[in-house]
Design a protein. Structure first.
Length: 590
């Protein structure tokens, strides 16, 4: 079915003669076959969001509808791939059209030439339902790709084959209850704006380990949880998200470069192939899918990129994998929404954003979670959603920040002053929070981290006390404080510089296991306790602040893993000995 263009306004095209088309249908516009999606219908007139540059397009151009919604192709070959916002493989496009993306180009998301070794895990005659796994493909060394029955199908397995196949070859045949035969291939399609089904959702109860001490210790994120990383320009949002993409303990990472500068995405593309996964020793790209829709690419595709990424994540989740979706940034995605809303002449909300902005943000984050997947085997998978927010001037009262804060459970607030002071990660410990702490407490206790929980609470208390004491110091000077308060300031300094601050360019410090974190924090908190007892027993404040073990604690985070336990014990012994000497000297002076 075809119609013709009557209006072109940037990425928005209005066409008539499409009375049998449906909202969300994919269309091809003009002689070049530009890809677009129908946003709304009025009679036979359709408003179309075109995902490519529309220059040269004018009234009278032909519009063809495909009859199916905006979908992604799911199957072996997605890992290690780099897609644009509508799942076109950029590496393949470069081979076809060079360094620039030719308009109207159509390249399949999955290779039609590569053969995959398919190994069945069910037998002929098995009764199957949507989501059941019928076979596996070793897509990359660390990731087993599980071929599933599409969620909408069920029936009896008539035939299944083992061997090497391309993604569009039939590997199995399923007979439905009504007798219809369905051919099962390794590739399947799914509409991006429709969440994939699951049996039930659970409350997140296990921490997502990132290796970043301020995150894992003070503001932990649960697997299957949601988090936002807000901050002004230059505060390190992209750096934090890169670290999370590199080191989080998930099976698959979906990194969405949504509207950010091209040079930042280039850094990702250059770095990831060289990085080694700390969990399996393989290159990180072998468990990563990159979606690049930078600020110089079409704004309409930017809006779709979020949905493309979360749908790919749901597919891997349905296999039983833990997946992290990292979106950089949701503010640029919201700006794309605002532009399309304005061109559609919709009633604007606050700051020109559409009135439905908050619900769209919620729709994205609500697709995260830990679930029992569709299928009969009861397997579980999770999606953890982490979105950067780029409020103009760092103003967290603007609509995107407010809409995000109402949805997410973890808020890592970045501070440009910390970033300028070279404190990484530049997460402000006074304005950030995590609402998962109570959910994760049973996990910490079951795994022997009871002291860690107590040390965490004491750490937050010390940092809060430091903030209040700094106000007094600004007015009357540090010398006016008592010995206990001065010790609080010294301990807070140790927490900030020796524990929270991390060096991403030092291999031993860019990733810190939770065991290392617990031991390092224990040293600092225990030194604080012993110092307070020593002051009560007559030790001098000057001597306490000058003990040699403090310098050794500062270097502890750079000690290699194989020597860390011995260093931890040595520091504990040295601290006890030096404080005992101070107390003894204080007693003699009295």
């Amino acid at each position: 079915m075809s119609g013709k263009v009557i209006k072109v306004s940037g990425p928005l095209v209005v066409a008539e003669g499409l009375k049998d088309a449906n909202v969300a249908d994919v269309v091809r516009v003009g002689e070049m076959g530009l890809m677009g999606e129908i946003l709304n219908m009025t009679g036979d007139r359709a408003s179309i969001q075109v995902y490519e540059e529309t220059s040269g397009l004018g009234p009278g151009a032909r519009v063809e509808t495909t009859g199916y919604p905006m979908s992604v192709e799911l199957g072996p070959g997605m890992l290690e791939s780099i897609y644009d916002g509508i799942q076109r493989p950029l590496t393949e496009i470069m081979r076809v059209s060079g360094d620039t993306i030719a308009r109207g180009i159509s390249v399949p998301a999955l290779s039609r030439d590569k053969k995959w070794d398919f190994k069945p895990v069910v037998v002929k005659g098995a009764r199957l339902e949507g989501g059941d796994i019928i076979g596996t493909v070793q897509e990359t060394a660390p990731i087993e790709h599980r071929i599933m029955i599409p969620p909408t199908l069920s029936g009896t397995l008539e035939d299944i084959r083992e061997g090497s196949f391309t993604v569009d070859e039939v590997v199995a045949t399923l007979r439905a209850e009504d007798g219809t035969l369905h051919e099962i291939k390794m590739a399947q399609r799914w509409p991006v704006r429709v969440a994939r089904p699951y049996r039930r959702k659970f409350v997140p109860s296990e921490p997502l380990m990132s290796g970043q001490r301020i995150i894992d210790t003070l503001f932990p994120l649960a697997k299957g949880g949601t988090a936002a990383v807000p901050g002004p320009f230059g505060s390190g949002k992209t750096v934090v998200q890169h670290q999370l993409a590199k080191w989080t303990d998930v099976d698959v990472v979906i990194y969405i470069g949504c509207g950010e500068r091209g040079n930042e995405m280039t850094d990702v593309l250059n770095e990831f192939p060289e990085l080694i996964d700390p969990y399996n020793g393989e290159p990180l790209m072998k468990r990563t899918v990159l979606i690049a829709n930078t600020s110089d690419m079409p704004v309409a595709a930017r809006e779709a990129s979020i949905y493309t990424g979360i749908t790919i994540a749901e597919y891997f989740r349905d296999m039983g994998h833990d997946v992290a979706v990292i979106a950089d940034s949701t503010s640029r995605w919201a700006e794309a929404l605002r532009e399309m809303s304005g061109r559609l002449e919709e009633m604007p909300g606050e700051e020109g954003y559409p009135a439905y902005l908050a619900s769209r943000i919620a729709q994205f984050y609500e697709r995260a979670g830990i679930v029992e997947c569709a299928g009969s085997d009861g397997r579980r998978g999770s999606i953890t959603a982490i979105g950067a927010v780029s409020p103009p001037g760092g103003d967290l009262s603007e609509p995107v920040s407010q809409g995000t804060m109402r949805i997410v459970k973890v808020f890592w607030s970045l501070d440009s002053n910390l970033a300028y002071a070279r404190h990484f990660p530049a997460i402000n410990w006074l304005t950030s929070y995590s609402l998962y702490t109570s959910n994760l407490t049973p996990w910490y206790k079951e795994n022997g981290f009871e002291d860690f929980l107590a040390d965490r609470e004491r750490t937050l208390s010390i940092l809060q006390e430091e903030s209040a004491l700094n106000e007094i110091v600004r007015l009357v000077g540090r010398d006016s404080l008592g010995a206990a308060d001065q010790l609080t300031l010294e301990t807070a300094k140790m927490i900030r510089e020796d524990f929270l601050q991390q060096n991403a360019f030092v291999d031993v410090d860019n990733y810190s296991s939770v065991e290392r974190q617990a031991k390092l924090l224990r040293i600092i908190i225990e030194l604080d306790k012993q110092g307070r007892k020593a002051l009560e027993d007559g030790a001098s404040m000057e001597g306490l602040f000058a003990i040699g073990v403090r310098e050794r604690i500062g270097r502890a985070k750079y000690v290699p893993d194989d020597a860390y336990d011995e260093e931890y014990r040595a520091i504990s012994r040295q601290a006890a000995e030096e404080i005992a000497e101070l107390v003894a000297a204080g007693g003699e002076n009295r």
